[in-house]
Design a protein around this ligand. Structure first.
Ligand code: PLP
Length: 412
């Protein structure tokens, strides 16, 4: 393929021609079970007929009506409908195009609203590749090495990564919260801390779920010190974890939610949601973007939400996630090289380790490649790249989970 940048390193050799449901079809005619879903994006499956119809209809009416110039119905209707699934009080939305852009929007808002300079992120975080978001990303050095200086004002505190610490969840959580208090006494004063940015499940950082004690600890400190709790639900939102939002598992109230990936079935759309009085603290002109809230992307998101609700995809994510997890645990029980199986809903992963329990990225890569050769598309993640993740479309059936598990066992 001449003319493409060599930095476009492809995880699989597939040249995709079309997609249908959980399957991708390559130009050479091969069929693949897609447990990558475009990195957790195509939750309604590839080319869901209702999404396709909504997009075709909207494209014939109005493709682009830039929202600071003219408003359009798809954006208004989508905002209204999202209001029914967002946490109470988060009644104001602002749309952009990608996860990174939405993180930047939340970062700008947090600093503007609090007039404080610092943000606290958690070790293993991934918030994106723009300079601000990359500066808040600690899951691997490849995301920020080589283009310093990064944005200042980022303070890193531990995440309860129990398996890597070799501790129980409770020990890891107590450590993370104690360390956070120490961070608030040393690396930043609470009066300088605008926001906590946290993923309900570390995504690129290795599919490590947070837990109720940790998230409530953040909420309590946020309330005590006037720090905003910003939940990066780019990967965990829209049913991916078996609840509508990842944070629904923990019963915490966010101040800001960031959503993208599963929102529009593959169309570039992302948003931040916050209380109107908080959002009003961003002054006009400081937030925006030419393509944000594109009319066709909004129509795709509306159809996506309808499909998620009418086809009970959140419940399916929980049910199929439990089935997949059980199967993965069985394979792990027969495979010493798989040290841990974890995740929530249909956001699951197996961590590959060597005999000493150290990350084994080569093993993960071999299995990922064997899987794609066998017809199952998978991705790796984690700081060392030793975690193989499964994020199938949320429409996946029990038969397709079993088909994926059979291919997984063969690849392992
Ligand atoms: N935040 C999280 C939690 C993510 O997982 C990602 C992407 O994987 C991003 C932000 C960045 O999103 P994008 O790649 O759309 O810029």
């Amino acid at each position: 393929m001449s003319g493409l940048s060599p930095i476009l390193k492809q995880a699989t050799p597939v040249l995709a021609e079309r997609g249908e449901g959980v399957y991708l079809y390559a130009e050479d005619g091969r069929r693949y079970l897609d447990f990558t879903a475009g990195i957790g994006v195509t939750s309604t499956g590839h080319c869901h007929p209702r999404v396709v119809a909504a997009v075709q209809e909207q494209a014939a009416k109005l493709i682009h009506g830039q929202y600071t110039t003219v408003m359009h119905r798809p954006l208004l209707t989508l905002s209204e409908r999202l209001g029914t699934v967002l946490p109470e009080g988060l009644d104001s939305l602002f749309f952009v195009n990608s996860g990174s852009e939405a993180v930047e929007a939340a970062l700008r808002l947090a600093r503007q609203a609090t007039a404080r300079p610092n943000v606290i992120v958690f070790h293993g975080s991934f918030h994106g590749r723009t300079i601000g978001a990359a500066s808040m990303t600690t899951s691997a050095t490849k995301f920020s090495a080589g283009f310093a200086p990064l944005m200042g004002g980022v303070v890193v505190s531990p995440f309860p990564t129990a398996y890597r610490y070799g501790w129980s969840e409770q020990e890891a959580t107590r450590f993370a919260l104690r360390e956070l208090d120490y961070v608030l006494q040393t690396l930043t004063t609470p009066g300088e801390a605008a926001a906590f940015f946290v993923e309900p499940v570390l995504g690129e950082g290795g599919y490590v779920p947070a837990n109720t004690e940790f998230m409530r600890g953040l909420r309590e400190r946020a309330d005590r010190h006037g720090i905003l709790l910003v939940l990066d639900e780019v990967q965990t939102g829209f049913g991916r974890t078996g609840r509508f939002w990842g944070h629904d598992h923990f019963g915490v109230r966010p101040d800001v939610v960031i959503t993208a990936k599963g929102l529009a079935s593959g169309f570039p759309l992302s948003a931040i949601a916050a209380p109107a009085e908080l959002m009003a603290k961003a002054w006009p002109g400081s937030q925006g973007g030419t393509y944000g809230g594109n009319a066709v992307a909004c129509a795709a998101a509306l159809a996506t939400l309808e499909v998620v609700q009418s086809e009970n995809l959140v419940a399916n994510s929980a049910e199929m996630g439990a089935r997949l997890r059980e199967g993965l645990a069985k394979v792990a029980a027969d495979t010493p090289a798989i040290g841990d199986v974890r995740g929530l809903g249909l956001m699951l992963a197996s961590e590959f380790v060597d005999q000493d329990g150290n990350p084994d990225a080569a093993a993960a890569a071999r299995v990922q490649q064997a899987a794609s050769a066998a017809g199952l598309l998978l991705l790796t993640c984690g700081a060392a790249g030793n975690v193989v993740r499964m994020i199938p479309p949320l429409i996946v059936t029990a038969e397709q989970i079993d088909e994926g598990l059979a291919l997984w066992r063969e690849a392992v």
